[in-house]
Design a protein around this ligand. Structure first.
Ligand code: GLC
Length: 474
């Protein structure tokens, strides 16, 4: 079985969020089960030179997208036992950022079609399954059906995974003809969606209609998106295609995230000695960040994109309460101004209690997972969430809102939780955590131990994906 896995970002090449972690770690796990899975990515200027310099040129051709005729190169690189192909076009992919460009629709249309065209130029690769992810590659199943039926890809089946329904790729319908070249095809009507008073072209709608199967990254989120509150205007479609929709929980890379061997930690530890060793990471980080150095003060952490999805409105609302409680808070991440400013402001006023690290810093994130006692993840919605999985592996108790993957992976034996998106409810959970820390240390350690023992590696989920691929070919 040959599988093409398409994504617009993958660690360690380029990353803005969890999609990159999944695209970097899920294919090797599926490959370990014996499938020939290869990944296609854009050859972005953000890829560090250590990787870019090692890539091999394979082929190039010109690709038609609507009236455009664009150069398209294909490079490859073996990494982690996987063949990664990189689609090259400097005009589209040599930008200072991955997303947020005025011509994103055109860039994604080019990429989604180029992945298919590249397969026609690779002699040893004729995927039976094409697995697309998020809105960036949503047009591949559409192009496949409209333009590639008479090629060697004609029989390929498609899986479409939604990592985040918030971003669907909504554009003015004029692009259906002018940018996508899909006028006078059945897709012209299928891609249109009326929203409010106007009609738009919706990339993700196209993927959901044209793919053989739809998956999302946790069972609870698969149910939630079929409701109006979480459905982002597509809930009707998920209700209609319920028999084709499945939630498969993400895993994490257990080699990257292992407190026993993690090279960034001050003190490595395992399930056998975390009671004595973990705290050394905390005191070292307290000193480095200018917080009060005291092993008895619980350290709460946030490692996140600082966006509305992540429930930071609740946290900023609680900042006065946090400042007046006997606890510390370390925030690591970048994002919306209003959150960056709120955390920086409070950290300036209380520099021994609150530390705002407004940046993307991989080594600090490893140190913080090990140093913290509690990880705050009060998301409004969370398709899966990887932070809580890593936290549990590091003996750091997650405090989560019960939604999506958070609900599927954390309970009161491994962390703390609340249901309603409300700051008072979160405050209650936070005070519970402080109470257990101060008065019931044995219970605390039981939760740590249970979390550290849980298995959130890719093993189980990779098997579920493989079974899904196999079922589709029957
Ligand atoms: C997105 C989601 C997150 C999920 C990740 C990987 O970033 O917001 O919940 O874990 O994708 O699937």
């Amino acid at each position: 079985m040959q599988i093409l896995f398409e994504a617009f970002e993958a660690a360690p090449f380029m990353k803005t969020g969890g999609l990159a972690d999944v695209a970097g770690s899920m294919p090797p796990a599926v490959k370990a089960l014996g499938a020939d899975i290869r990944v296609m990515l854009p050859k972005s200027s953000l890829i560090p030179a250590v990787y870019a310099e090692k890539m091999t040129y394979i082929t190039s051709f010109f690709l038609n997208v609507a009236w455009r005729n664009e150069y398209c190169g294909v490079f490859s690189l073996e990494h982690n036992g996987i063949t990664f192909y990189f689609i090259d076009n400097e005009k589209y992919f040599y930008r200072g950022q991955l997303y947020g460009e005025l011509d994103d629709a055109e860039r994604m249309a080019f990429f989604s079609k180029a992945c298919l065209e590249a397969c026609l130029h690779l002699n040893d690769f004729a995927p039976d399954i094409i697995h697309c992810n998020d809105w960036h590659t949503a047009l591949t199943p559409v192009f496949l059906r409209e333009f590639y039926r008479d090629t060697k890809l004609g029989k390929a089946r498609t899986v479409y995974t939604i990592h985040n329904l918030k971003f669907q790729g909504l554009y003015d319908p004029y692009i259906i003809g002018d940018v996508l070249g899909l006028h006078n095809t059945p897709a012209d009507a299928q891609l249109r969606q009326s929203r409010g008073y106007s009609t738009c072209c919706n990339f993700m709608l196209g993927a959901c209609l044209y793919s053989d199967r739809i998956t999302t990254v946790s069972p609870t989120y698969a149910e939630e998106i079929a409701t109006e509150y979480f459905g982002e205007g597509l809930d009707w479609l998920f209700r209609k295609r319920k028999d084709r929709l499945q939630g498969i929980l993400n895993g994490i890379d257990y080699t990257d995230w292992n407190p026993e061997t993690d090279p960034y930690l001050t003190a490595n530890y395992s399930i056998d000695n975390f009671r004595e060793e973990k705290v050394k990471n905390k005191t070292a980080l307290q000193a480095d960040l200018g917080l009060e150095v005291n092993p008895d003060i619980p350290m709460f952490a946030i490692i996140s994109r600082l966006t509305e999805q992540k429930g930071l409105d609740l946290v900023t609302y609680l900042l006065p309460h946090i400042t007046s409680s006997n606890m510390q808070l370390v925030v690591l991440g970048i994002g919306d101004n209003r959150y960056e400013e709120a955390f920086s402001w409070y950290s300036n006023l209380n520099s021994d209690k609150i530390s705002a690290q407004i940046k993307f810093d991989n080594s600090l994130s490893h140190r913080l997972y090990a140093a913290a006692d509690v990880m705050l993840i009060p998301s409004r919605f969370e398709p899966c969430g990887l932070t809580q999985l890593i936290s549990m592996r590091y003996g750091t108790l997650p405090l989560v809102r019960e939604t999506g993957g958070l609900k599927d992976t954390v309970d009161n034996t491994t962390g703390f939780s609340f249901v309603t998106f409300n700051a008072d409810d979160m405050k209650y959970a936070l005070d519970c955590a402080l109470d257990v820390w101060n008065n019931k240390r044995e219970e605390w350690e039981e939760k740590q131990e249970k979390g550290m023992k849980s298995d959130f590696s890719w093993d189980t989920s990779a098997q579920t994906y493989l079974k899904l691929y196999q079922d589709m070919l029957c």
